[in-house]
Design a protein around this ligand. Structure first.
Ligand code: A2P
Length: 340
């Protein structure tokens, strides 16, 4: 594997830092690593393979100047919209974690366990899907390949780290506020990342509400699932919920398949699937939870598989993954691995 000049854009963020860690842990062939963030981070240094790398301010000319071959972007959609096309026209291949280009026809949207072949049609930008879409599809693809899935209903339980490093701080501050002052004091806490305190709470809105009354996060799951599976007819509906968990997204997923898939068959398919860990013995409390299985883990964990007793060819399951790793940084690095 030839070594590459790699950049992480948004290096100081929750996902950016995980990207640096993942490049190191997977021994990605890095010739040189460049780190970029906003002016706020000027002067900061971050560790990579035992050395301290300075964080530089992102500017238009850096991609050409440093001959960056692969850039992992996680600095939000507005930064991506401006800088990804500049990087691509400078000869850099961008792997973009934001939603900026995910639905563009000439931008592949890739989950390496699901549609690795799609990287081939990139024109300089490859999009990393939404965290909730990634973990759901890694778990569903083996079943889809056995019997097409006609319909998916998903409720998510999403960790605050999905909203960035500041959101983790906000939850921690709120928890301290509650411990020190009780519920009334917590209710007077002025949150900035979420509309209400997230500590001891659940909030049924992630991203903005759209005209159809779904949130943008919910429609990302719908539209991205169709694009990644190349199945515009698959029916998907979702409710996305923020929960007071630091890391690890969980999902309750109902599916309807074209032909009958028994829970036993689903377990067999998933126990042989790449990137999936089956944890399904509910009588002995064997099922994944985000605190135990959504922290610093690479696999997508699946449990509580059972028949959907409300429909004929239905299955229900519980899916947990580390939203910062498989839901973001790891998936992006795996896409980069497909390129080298
Ligand atoms: P900075 O730390 O300098 O603000 P998170 O998702 O955890 O909130 O992190 C967002 C990341 O995106 C951070 O690294 C942040 O840098 C970076 N970022 C935000 N705006 C810009 C920008 N205009 N140019 C470059 N990086 C940006």
């Amino acid at each position: 594997m030839s070594e590459k000049v790699v950049a992480v854009v948004g290096a100081t963020g929750a996902v950016g830092q995980e990207m640096i860690k993942t490049l190191e842990q997977r021994n990605f062939p890095v010739k040189e690593l460049r780190l970029f963030a906003s002016e706020r981070s000027e002067g900061k240094k971050l560790r990579f393979k035992g050395s301290e790398i300075p964080v530089e301010v992102l500017k238009e000319d850096v991609f050409k100047k440093y001959r960056i071959e692969i850039a992992l972007f996680s600095a939000g959609a507005s930064t991506s919209k401006v800088f990804s096309p500049i990087a691509a026209s400078s000869g850099t291949i961008v792997i973009d974690n934001s939603s900026a280009f995910r639905m563009d026809d000439d931008v592949p949207l890739v989950v390496p366990e699901v549609n690795p072949e799609d990287v081939k049609y990139h024109k300089g930008i490859i999009a990393n899907p939404n965290c909730s879409t990634i973990q759901m599809l890694v778990a569903l693809k083996p079943i889809y390949d056995y019997s097409r899935i006609k319909r998916i209903i998903v409720s998510t339980y999403q960790a605050v780290s999905g909203a960035g490093g500041m959101a983790i701080q906000e939850l921690e501050d709120e928890l301290k506020t509650y411990v020190n002052g009780g519920r009334e004091t917590l209710l007077n806490f002025k949150p900035s990342k979420f509309p209400y305190p997230i500590a001891l709470n659940v909030i049924p809105r992630i991203d903005i509400i759209l005209d159809n009354l779904y949130s943008k996060e919910e429609m990302k799951i719908v539209n991205e699932t169709r694009k990644i599976l190349h199945d515009p007819d698959i029916k998907v509906s979702s409710t996305t919920v923020r929960v007071p968990v630091i890391k690890g997204h969980s999902e309750a997923v109902w599916i309807e398949t074209e032909t009958k898939v028994t829970p036993e068959k689903a377990r067999e398919l998933l126990s042989n699937a790449k990137g999936v860990k089956l944890m399904d013995d509910p009588f002995n409390d064997v099922y994944p939870t985000p605190l135990l299985h959504g922290h610093d883990t690479d696999d997508v964990y699946v449990g509580r598989i059972r028949e959907d007793i409300s429909t004929e060819n239905g299955l229900v399951m519980w899916i947990v993954a580390d939203n910062l790793r498989k839901g973001a940084a790891l998936n992006a690095v795996q896409i980069a691995e497909l390129l080298v």
